[in-house]
Design a protein around this ligand. Structure first.
Ligand SMILES: [Zn+2]
Length: 586
């Protein structure tokens, strides 16, 4: 891979500031010199994801991932290094230097996009060919027009097990490439690999990314008695389930100030056809944090439009919980008179759906409504139970005005005084915040421990040589932040003096970068795994605690050399049995 010009990279890092880049994905709260938020890379409820504007880095105390702005884009957009740089450069309006970047991975991904694009064209053409008759009829039966079919690039995967394979091989793709793109499957036949089409006799829905590239396919059976209703592309080099939103490429252009989130692709397509061009769907799986973060980048409000059945309502409640930690406003559409939006449109038309949108309950109303499920509020006992559940919902409201409105509504409905409702709610809030404070303190401590554990895995010698390792880490952190110190201490210590070999590698990398570019950047560190990059980011988090003086560096060097002298004297293998015993008695 060609090295990128360092001037270009440092300008990019200045323009693509970490705080603004990360906050496009993760809502961040300022806490003094740092910012915290819910980690987008692992599942958590309390924030352990930390951004350091001073060092332009981030680190998660929960999962140990970390790095700089380029590492962040690499991880969150699932791109390789060059693609991440290009992506950031585009965002801040810088043009890439005129070098050719060839990486195997980049080329592989490019081929996969091309294979998917050609496959989508093949499926679309097949739909309008004689063998696609059943597929086209199926889509017509679902009420879709030719214009809609074209807009979404819908298609038909022919029967016969080798139609796509034959076509793609003519286009110069190998079986292995197509298999890796999930367009073919493989079976062992008498020790020989036998490749066949992954999608057979199905209506095909391409999944596009925001730039219009075909990432994946969803193939739907034409009849309801099929063994599998849907066959979907599983994870590939260019597609990860739970990271994309169906039809967001269209919906992001909508003039409406909210998005409608449905369960199924067909719901979305029907809604677009009926004029609701802000409809989107998760893809096959339960909604994920990554998807929620993606939605938050394009809209301020989401209307949940999940199926009216029990499974749909459960999924809606789960989704609501994911939205709680975001700034998105959420409303829930109550699909009265139909099981899904598609059915509402067919039975009653677009006007009905529009009025359902207008009548959508906000999440508080919806949850109070749900709290009532299965409770008979005409009895005293039922009333008490419902009130307790409703107050628990109200206790989460931050706005006193809102709280007052709902308390008044409940009071009127149940014939209980408003003051009593407010008092009960306040009680819950008080207990909860007492709990939360303790909880957060405990979490922070366990994060520190966890982070230590993660570092100890990357640097296995650390636990045995804690004093030396800490001095090594402080020295590295100081040099990252004060590159000008390096020339003054470089005669006093080398990587060979380090006790732990991981820190020695980090020191060598810092030294090499400082000599080459006069500055250190994490994402430019070559030859480190992503866990190791995380550990380097953890070392960077020490910077705010530093005195940033040369004397501090010299103290660290002194400790490292002292510890080195100790280990050189007393490496256990070189001790006599007698000495060995003495050592342990001490
Ligand atoms: Zn994390």
């Amino acid at each position: 891979m060609a090295a990128l010009n360092e001037d270009f990279l440092s300008e990019l890092r200045t323009l693509a500031d970490i705080e603004s880049t990360v906050s496009a994905y993760v809502p961040l709260k300022r806490r003094g010199r740092i910012l915290t938020g819910i980690c987008p890379f692992h599942n958590e409820k309390t924030p352990s994801f930390t951004v350091y504007p001073e060092t332009q880095s981030y680190y998660c105390f929960g999962c140990g991932s970390g790095g700089d702005v380029i590492t962040f884009i690499k991880n969150i957009e699932n791109l390789d290094y060059i693609e991440s740089v290009r992506y950031l450069a585009e965002r801040v309006g810088m043009s890439m230097p005129q070098e050719r970047f060839q990486s195997d991975l980049y080329e592989k991904r490019r081929r996969m996009f091309e294979a998917n694009r050609l496959a989508a064209r093949f499926f679309h053409a097949a739909l309008y060919s004689p063998e696609g008759k059943a597929g086209l009829q199926y889509l017509y039966n679902r009420g879709l027009s030719d214009a809609t079919i074209r807009k979404f690039g819908l298609g038909y995967a022919p029967a016969g097990w080798d139609k796509l394979r034959n076509f793609m091989r003519q286009q110069g793709f190998t079986d292995l490439e197509l298999y890796e793109a999930n367009l073919l499957r493989v079976r062992d036949k008498n020790g020989k690999k036998h490749y066949y089409d992954a999608f057979v006799d199905r209506a095909m829905f391409p999944v596009l990314d925001l730039r219009g590239n075909v990432l994946a396919f969803s193939g739907r059976a034409l009849t309801s008695d099929a063994q599998r209703k849907y066959v979907n592309t599983s994870d590939t080099l260019i597609y990860k389930k739970g990271e994309n939103i169906f039809a967001l490429n269209f919906a992001k252009k909508t003039a409406k100030d909210f998005l409608i989130l449905c369960e199924g692709n067909l719901d979305v397509i029907s809604l677009h056809q009926a004029g609701f061009d802000n409809a989107v769907a998760g893809l096959g799986t339960a909604l994920t944090e990554r998807q929620v973060a993606l939605l938050a980048r394009y809209t301020g409000a989401v209307y949940l439009c999940y199926d009216a059945d029990e499974a749909g309502q459960k999924a809606a409640q789960k989704a609501l919980r994911l939205f709680e930690s975001t700034t998105l406003r959420v409303k829930v559409i109550h699909l009265e008179g139909g099981k899904d939006p598609d059915e509402i449109l067919k039975k009653f038309g677009a006007g009905r759906f529009k009025s359902l949108l207008e009548g959508a309950a906000n999440d508080v109303e919806y949850r109070i409504l749900r709290a009532r499920d299965g409770i008979d509020v005409t009895t005293d006992d039922g009333k008490t139970r419902f009130l307790a559940a409703a107050c628990a919902v109200l206790a989460e409201l931050h706005s006193p005005v809102e709280l007052d409105v709902y308390a008044a509504r409940l009071s009127e409905e149940l014939g209980v005084s408003k003051d009593a409702i407010l008092a009960q709610t306040k009680n819950i809030t008080k207990n909860r915040s007492r709990y939360t404070e303790k909880h957060i303190l405990r979490e922070v401590q366990s994060f520190e421990k966890k982070a230590d554990k993660a570092i100890n895995i990357v640097n296995p010698e650390r636990a045995r040589h804690m004093r030396a390792a800490k001095a090594e880490e402080l020295l590295c952190a100081s040099l990252m932040h004060n590159p000008e110190f390096f020339s003054q201490i470089k005669e006093e210590i080398t990587a060979q003096d380090f006790i732990t070999s991981f820190n020695a590698r980090v020191f060598s990398e810092i030294a090499a970068q400082l000599i080459r570019n006069g500055m250190f950047s994490i994402s430019a560190a070559a030859g480190f795994s992503s866990e190791e990059i995380g550990a380097i980011a953890r070392i960077q988090t020490l910077i705010p605690q530093l005195a940033n003086t040369l004397a501090e560096c010299r103290d660290c060097i002194k400790v490292i050399l002292e510890e080195k002298a100790k280990t050189a004297k007393g490496a256990p293998s070189e001790l006599s049995d007698e000495d060995f015993l003495k050592l342990f008695q001490n």
